[in-house]
Ligand binder design. Sequence first.
Ligand code: 6PG
Length: 243
Amino acid sequence: MRGELRVVADEVELWSALADLFVAEAREAAGSSGSFRVALSGGTTPKGAYALLAQEPRRSQVDWGRASLFFSDERCVPPDDAESNYGMANAALLSKVPIRPEHVHRMRGELPPEQAAEAYASVLRDQLGDDPVLDLVMLGMGPDGHTASLFPGTSPVGEYRLLVAAPFVPKFGSHRLTLTPRAINGARHVVIAACGAEKSEALQRAIEGPFDPSVTPVQVVQPARGSLTWLVDRAAAARLDRR
Ligand code: 6PG
């Protein structure tokens, strides 16, 4: 397995550990380069961590003025839609911290998918250069082994030219917007957070099974020069030989 495996007791401990990892990376990046560029994950797992970052003591531990926020993926919906990852992060965190609005770069899910993907790739290149290096990419993992919006059997799983893709995801009957493996694996640090027994089978496949990203897309997360942390709770780790 590539990366460090951290097993915590439960979801609440995972939220604390994820929030503390965010604070540590923010301090490290702001101290070394003067800015902290992070891609937030969607879904439900990180919500509790975002809430912890929005309150003391962690709120004051991040220099929000030096932070630039990006997103790992987004649903093809407007930002005020209940399904929006931006909407979730804004409610839980962004609206509660002194981050500069111009430093929040949401994927524009309200645009036609391909146009939104091209627009976001331009944002990444404008902000971070042609080979973007994010300080931290936060990811989750679905019970099917997807991460971001890299789903089994969809083309972006093998995308190493584009930075952002807009795959049609049959299981939802809709498009998604997602960072590609190229954009994810350029990061200094990637954290994959997963909790709950429903993730245990996919986690075992991802970490201890054969390498087959078409079946278990999260396996494409292999930072080229950066580090990878699997942050999971005991229920998700239950099927692992190594815990
Ligand atoms: C999304 C996420 C997705 C998520 C996993 C896990 O847009 O839904 O980016 O990749 O991280 O599906 O979701 P949960 O955290 O809700 O289990």
